[in-house]
Design a protein around this ligand. Sequence first.
Ligand SMILES: *[C@@H]1O[C@H](CO)[C@@H](O)[C@H](O)[C@H]1NC(C)=O
Ligand SMILES: *[C@@H]1O[C@H](CO)[C@@H](O)[C@H](O)[C@H]1NC(C)=O
Length: 272
Amino acid sequence: MLSEMHRGLILMNRGWTQRILLYFMVAGTRSLVTVHQPAVLTTALGDDVMMPCHLSLSHDERMLAQPVLYWTLTQNTTDSVRMFPSQEYERRVELLDKSRTTSNKSIVLKNVQWADSGKYLCKLSITTQRDSSFRMRGSETSLKVYDTVTFDLAAHNGSLLRCEVNVTPDPGFRLSISHNGSELQTADSEPGDARAAPHYVTLSETVPLRGEGEYECQLHLNRDLITKSVFYHLPDPAVGVLPEPWLLYVALLLVHATILLSLIAALLLHRC
Ligand SMILES: *[C@@H]1O[C@H](CO)[C@@H](O)[C@H](O)[C@H]1NC(C)=O
Ligand SMILES: *[C@@H]1O[C@H](CO)[C@@H](O)[C@H](O)[C@H]1NC(C)=O
């Protein structure tokens, strides 16, 4: 009876998402089949990134056929492109666990580029015993890319320390600079302008160089530390380099002294 009822509802709705939602409403509070994806992933430009996707079935549910897996990518537009399986992405996308029976549907996207930022969706066509075929999707993984953080003295002013990084446009990205562990008020910060290059913005922060010690520039996405770069402001370079040559000079002097002493000893022996 229940089964008849939800099948009827399923046929009435066109969008498969709606079908699944109704299915769950009719079948009860517990979902029988779910697809899990992380909401956000960050990766360094040029790296390979794993995009997790995990299928889970409740213990009393059984699949009648192997699920069919698709991954799609949606960028700024509303159109999505299929990236797995796909000829276009064949060289860059790899299914991690190739066995079709596995619940691990994660893929690896290789050599990540700026244009790869976007929303990745893991979709499965499933056929279960309780219900005939239906499609199931995860809740999208948003991929954000960042480049190397540069942290050095400003080119135009040696008493300023400047931190810079290119990132996927996202208001959640933030740079902060600390000196010996305490955060500094930045003198000049640029929020980044996406007009020049559509796929990334440049964030930059500048602080006056205050004293010796360790300066650290951190890139955060909301509350998470993504990457950091360290700058050491050492004591006067002349003082810093001193110990090494002195040791060398002393060693050289010792060698010469040893040779001289041996010669003198040899001469004295010869005379005797
Ligand atoms: C899926 O498989 C990959 C590669 O074997 C592994 O690194 C990853 O942790 C797996 N994910 C889960 C959820 O088991
Ligand atoms: C460098 O910047 C500091 C702080 O903004 C300023 O006081 C100083 O005059 C600048 N020096 C030069 C050479 O521009």
